[in-house]
Write a protein that binds this ligand. Structure first.
Ligand code: NAP
Length: 244
């Protein structure tokens, strides 16, 4: 079978754990050359290296210089970026009455500003190459809102408006920009919830279960591939039917 991402340079922010790590694995499976940007190296980095060409660049997605430096390194080394997946994300949950300004700003900085700086860093190169795919990982919370997550929802809803605008801006250069809105996916981010809460949440999902990171990664590969060549500016919910 032909490899979907053969010879593609794929950059994943936050690829050390969770959904991002699964995206790195799937991209390697599809023969991509992968760079992942996170503060820590994946625990199984050596194992990843046995699966293909993969490079970790220590990056803080909340720091403009750190992000710019990472992309300068990638563009100098690889010469281009074919696929950018903005996946790094954090939560600082709390009711608004008790939410510190720093909790609001930190979430916006990593989840939204970080994605903006990453997109800006490769926009010229992608436009010049007249092709490329950007996939931004939002959340169903960006579509529906969620009490206790005003900061997170603002960042994820912001990412949707940002992506649709960027899709319009870059469409004449054949650069596609799409959003994935995962529902409730099993990772470190959701492991902090009690088993009881997770069980109750699963019962509210039409497919009656929590999603797997690989199910989001599968969608990323599709949107990054030529199979999605006529899809841009869309939000695809991978949520077991939560937002239908
Ligand atoms: P996770 O398990 O907590 O992993 C988060 C990833 O982001 C890690 O690789 C982490 O790497 C990286 N990251 C966090 N802060 C960073 C920073 N300042 N600089 C660089 N990298 C940073 O989360 P996840 O569940 O996989 O979530 C991935 C994305 O999906 C996020 O955008 C999240 O909002 C979204 N999402 C998740 C769910 C879910 O149910 N899990 C649902 C909807 C949307 P380091 O710690 O090594 O830096």
């Amino acid at each position: 079978m032909a490899m979907e991402l053969a010879e593609k340079i794929v950059v994943v922010t936050g690829g050390s754990r969770g959904i991002g790590h699964e995206i790195v694995l799937r991209a390697l499976q599809e023969s991509a050359e992968v760079y992942y940007l996170s503060r820590s190296e994946a625990a199984d980095h050596m194992e990843l290296k046995n699966r293909g060409k993969v490079t970790w660049i220590k990056t803080d997605m909340g720091d403009e210089d750190s992000i710019s430096d990472a992309f300068k390194t990638i563009l100098a080394e690889a010469g281009r970026v074919d696929v950018l997946v903005n996946n790094a994300g954090i939560t600082r949950d709390g009711l608004i009455m008790r939410m510190k300004t720093s909790d609001f700003e930190d979430v916006l900085k990593v989840n939204l500003t970080g994605a903006f700086i990453a997109c800006r860093s490769i926009s010229r190169a992608m436009a010049k190459a007249r092709g490329g795919a950007i996939i931004n990982i939002s959340s169903v919370v960006g579509l529906t809102g969620n009490g206790g997550q005003t900061n997170y929802a603002a960042s994820k809803a912001g990412l949707i408006g940002f992506s649709k605008s960027l899709a319009r801006e870059l469409s004449s250069r054949s650069v596609r920009v799409n959003v994935i809105a995962p529902g409730f996916i099993k990772t470190d981010m959701t492991d902090v919830l009690s088993d009881e809460l997770k069980e109750n949440l699963a019962q509210t999902i039409p497919l009656s279960r929590i999603g797997e990171a690989r199910e989001v990664a599968e969608t990323v590969v599709f949107l990054a591939s030529d199979r999605a060549s006529y899809i841009t500016g869309q939000v695809l919910a991978v949520d077991g039917g939560m937002t239908m």
